[in-house]
Design a protein around this ligand. Structure first.
Ligand code: GAR
Length: 216
């Protein structure tokens, strides 16, 4: 079994999508061993607990600095002996020491087509820039913010009628598809990083690869 730890800061809808994928049998060989939040009021904690997944809260505000928090977070994660750490709306900039410790087994989802629009307020910035296509990216985490080998992306059209809310909703629906997909590929051992690019091994296995629950 591949052991997965999920980190959240809030709503946890991407975490939920991964739990649903597991429940639908789309993540064979994977076990979600913990959900850890940096905020006690993270809504996703309730859902994780309801799903019977152990939860932990490590409030960053209680630590003197970023390095101290990241060190404690790393210890908390390591206690669950994960094969994969999934950042699912975990709104913290991570120290290089933390990233190096989990390098190669640390995935993030970002609500833009990276390398466009790293950082915050991606949907507002996409609208301001007038792009016609927007989307989301799952990538391996490197020390540079919202940067790293790209596993999968999904694109959506930007409509003339969009505001940030409608655009975010269209992107989020895609996040809920591609993140379980990326996790599945990782669990299956099908992701290899070569010269900063992700190779999908055995790409001729699309039927199983597309086993993800459809969004509501
Ligand atoms: C998602 O849109 C995710 O892509 C984004 O936060 C949201 C979390 O939603 N992550 C980032 O912006 C990270 N830089 P969720 O808590 O419902 O999954």
């Amino acid at each position: 079994m591949k052991r997965i730890v999920i980190l959240i800061s809030g709503r946890g809808s991407n975490m939920e999508a991964i739990i649903q994928a597991r429940d639908a049998g789309c993540l064979p060989g994977a076990e979600i061993v913990a959900v850890i939040a940096n905020r006690a009021d993270a809504k996703g904690l309730e859902r994780a607990a309801a799903a019977g997944i152990p939860t932990r809260v490590l409030e960053h505000k209680r630590f003197a600095d970023r390095a101290a928090f990241d060190a404690a977070l790393a210890e908390c994660i390591e206690a669950f002996q994960p094969d994969l750490v999934v950042l699912a709306g975990f709104m913290r900039i991570l120290t290089e020491a933390f990233v190096r410790r989990f390098e190669g087994r640390l995935l993030n989802i970002h609500p833009s087509l990276l390398p466009a629009f790293p950082g915050l307020h991606t949907h507002e910035r996409a609208l301001e820039a007038g792009v016609r296509i927007h989307g989301c990216t799952v990538h391996f985490v490197t020390p540079a913010l919202d940067h790293g080998p790209i596993v999968i992306q999904a694109a959506v059209p930007v409509l003339d009628t969009d505001d940030a809310t409608s655009l975010a909703a269209r992107v989020l629906a895609q996040e809920h598809i591609v993140y379980p997909q990326a996790v599945r590929w990782f669990v299956e051992g099908r992701l290899r990083v070569v010269a900063g690019r992700v190779q999908l091994l055995d790409a001729g296995a699309p039927a199983a690869a597309l086993c993800v629950p459809q969004p509501d």
